[in-house]
Write a protein that binds this ligand. Structure first.
Ligand code: COA
Length: 376
């Protein structure tokens, strides 16, 4: 049975900070950010947007592509930046999308890797339940403390995809190369909103894990690396993906995979799959029948390399113009506003636009309150 990605969409907040602005105020050469790190802009989340609101928007678009949403009987929400250690963020999405009650909903966590774990779980589930569809969401908002080296690599977005039999975009192949190791390269204790990290260690471990995962994948699959036509790499910042590519493929460009991430910033669990949407939206060649490799990395760390074959007529499932418009329609914020939005005491839920239909409008008794609000 062919199983894979049947529809896919992403969403991010309606605001961004230009890294040129950040460079100016941090007294850093902008070339370091654009050429050295590979980032141009980063999405900034106002108080009324969080991992749930952008997830609802991404998921709304992803399920609009399927015939009957009553076939969705599992929703997996992958995130490392949820606000509740008990209740699943996925339950809010389930509510706003009006999915049926007879549907399993749960969150998964393993840094930026968890959407890949969700994809593998979804695939096994569909194999056992061929008429079922599984909605996988990866949604993260990435914050580092001001003036740390991580500051220009913040961002956030959600990706949502439906896993089903006879997929209309990508058939996932059976093989995967996996590498898990206990390392402190990036972590966020539950009392902190900003992540802590050892950037150099993380980059070294990312590359080492990639080589091991790819070698295991090639051994299992008996596929030559030259048989992989394109690769999407997890992109905590775009230069990381480019470095990985230069060690793996050398001559092949991955420029098309990074167009969206270079202006969104790090979106952790969503990042790899936004690379995939970016490739589909921007590559000129017909990808039908092409093998796409995916390198997923989550600090801590778990890494996985796997592949999929692009299906015929995948182009009919793309929403390229709207994806591009969503990013160009974002509002640029000033440095002063960026600082004000970074202040945890800022609870101005009403002055900012929301990208989708759902916005947060307050916190009461430690409960986030959301409402359906018209997009403007
Ligand atoms: N013009 C062009 N390039 C410049 C430059 C300039 N003026 N100044 C510096 N650079 C280059 C450096 O040579 C370096 O390139 P290299 O990596 O190829 O050597 C790059 O810019 C970054 O410079 P560096 O001094 O290493 O930056 P930094 O100490 O500020 O750290 C990150 C940058 C990306 C490592 C840091 O932002 C980070 O750790 N972010 C968090 C990422 C992470 O860990 N995510 C989780 C893992 S998945």
């Amino acid at each position: 049975m062919k199983i894979g990605i049947d529809s896919i969409a992403f969403a991010t907040s309606g605001y961004f900070l230009s890294l040129e602005t950040l460079a100016k105020y941090r007294n850093v050469d902008f070339a370091k950010y654009c050429a050295g790190i590979g980032q141009m802009k980063m999405s900034i989340f106002p108080p009324n947007e969080d991992v749930v609101t952008v997830a609802v928007e991404a998921a709304r678009k992803a399920i609009s592509g399927i015939e009957d949403k009553n076939n969705v009987d599992m929703l997996i929400f992958a995130t490392e930046s949820s606000f509740d250690l008990s209740k699943s963020a996925g339950i809010y999405v389930h509510h706003f999308l009006k999915l049926k009650e007879n549907c399993r909903v749960f969150d998964l966590k393993q840094a930026c890797y968890s959407a890949t774990a969700a994809l593998r779980l979804a695939k096994s589930y569909v194999r056992e339940n061929p008429d079922s569809k599984v909605l996988v969401i990866g949604s993260d908002v990435v914050k580092y403390s001001p003036r740390t080296s991580g500051e220009p690599t913040q961002g956030g977005a959600a990706v949502a995809f439906v896993v089903a039999k006879d997929p209309r975009i990508l058939e996932i192949e059976p093989w995967a190369g996996i590498h898990t190791t206990d390392i402190m390269d990036f972590w966020r204790p539950s009392h902190l909103e900003e992540a802590l990290f050892d950037g150099k260690l993380s980059a070294q471990n990312y590359l080492k894990s990639m080589h091991i995962s790819v070698a295991r994948y090639l051994e299992k699959s008996n596929i030559a690396i030259s048989d992989v036509n394109h690769v999407c790499f997890h992109a905590p910042f775009c230069k990381m993906a480019q470095k990985a590519n230069s060690q793996l493929f050398r001559l092949k460009s991955i420029g098309e995979t990074l167009i969206y991430n270079s202006v969104i910033g790090n979106s952790c669990s969503a990042s790899l799959y936004i690379c995939f949407v970016s490739l589909l939206d921007h590559i000129k060649d017909d990808l039908t029948g092409k093998r796409i490799g995916f390198f997923s990395y989550g600090s801590g760390s778990v890494a996985e390399f796997f592949s999929g074959i692009v299906t015929k007529n995948y182009r009919q499932m793309l929403d390229t113009q709207n994806n591009q418009k969503m990013l160009t329609d974002r509002v640029e914020i000033s440095f002063q506003e960026y600082e004000s939005l970074g202040n945890r005491e800022n609870l101005d839920f009403h002055s900012y636009k929301n990208v989708g239909e759902v916005a947060m409008f307050g916190i009461n008794n430690h409960q986030r309150m959301y409402k359906v609000r018209k997009t403007y």
